[in-house]
Design a protein around this ligand. Structure first.
Ligand code: FPP
Length: 260
């Protein structure tokens, strides 16, 4: 009988395994097509060490690099990273500007490796309102990797789930107003197609680091039936092993999508 949720059998086994063994284990089972990650805890990682918060973000970029590589190594099709939310603009001005610089530098530095790893980058979020340097970097990264055929990396930048739904409602309202769509004909598929994630399967697994038990306005429509995996580990301490543990745990669950 399949395990109902993240229960003993499959969770206990991976704890004793090293990275290579875990990778082999998750690759031998059906993989989630899409894993989404709320990367949280950079600030706490830094302040816990008496360092400025930006030091945590710098480590966070290194973790993102390792996780993208690890996702590619097990053959995931889609990985979404929540890099900057619409609410993150409310942080102190100096943290926001340092974070923008850090992300801009990371884009330039990571591009050759993303090409080498055959990763296709697709930004999701509202590009208007993003400082021009970062926006250009993101657009360049998306354009240059567009023909790659490996992992699709969705980078959620200036992303808000409610904004995304608002934009979708406006798109559909426009189609109704133009006489192209009747309100009673609107289906879930119309909504999905009007989202930033058009054409991307909904996440099978959502990982959140740093132990917070919330969704933080992330992929609100898309995570209706997504499995959750929350770890107390702070994002800078998260590793390939943690990603593989989360996937192994997911593989031990029976998804019922509201059925029995
Ligand atoms: C989370 O920690 C930090 C963010 C969401 C900001 C940006 C993320 C990174 C720099 C990671 C790298 C991402 C990419 C795509 C290169 P927090 O500041 O919310 O931590 P706290 O909750 O401990 O304050």
């Amino acid at each position: 009988m399949p395990l109902k949720s993240s229960s003993a059998g499959l969770r206990a086994a991976p704890a004793a395994l090293d990275e290579g063994e875990l990778r082999g284990l998750v690759r031998s089972r059906p993989l989630p097509a899409h894993v989404a990650v709320i990367m949280d805890g950079n600030g706490r990682w830094a302040t816990g060490r008496g360092l400025p918060r930006i030091a945590g973000h710098r480590e966070g970029v290194k973790t993102a690099h390792a996780v993208v590589r690890a996702a590619g190594e097990i053959g995931l099709d889609y990985l979404t990273l929540y890099a900057f939310s619409t609410e993150n603009w409310n942080r102190p001005e100096d943290e926001v500007s340092m974070l923008m610089r850090l992300l801009e530098e990371a884009i330039v530095r990571e591009l050759p490796q993303l090409m080498e790893q055959n990763v296709r980058v697709r930004p999701i979020g509202r590009m208007r309102g993003v400082p021009s340097g970062v926006r250009r970097g993101i657009e360049r990264m998306a354009a240059e990797t567009a023909e790659n055929t490996g992992l699709t990396l969705l980078v959620a930048f200036n992303y808000g789930g409610r904004d995304e739904l608002l934009d979708a409602v406006r798109t559909l309202a426009g189609q109704v107003q133009a006489g192209k769509l009747a309100p009673e004909d609107i289906t879930e598929a119309h909504v999905s197609r009007a989202l930033y994630t058009d054409g991307i399967p909904d996440p099978d697994l959502l990982i959140r680091t740093s132990g917070e038990m919330r969704i933080s306005n992330f992929l609100l429509w898309q995570i209706a039936y997504t499995e959750l995996w929350i770890t107390p580990t702070l994002w800078p301490d998260f590793s390939a092993v943690d990603l593989y543990r989360a996937v192994a745990d997911y593989q031990g669950r029976a998804r019922r999508f509201g059925g029995t």
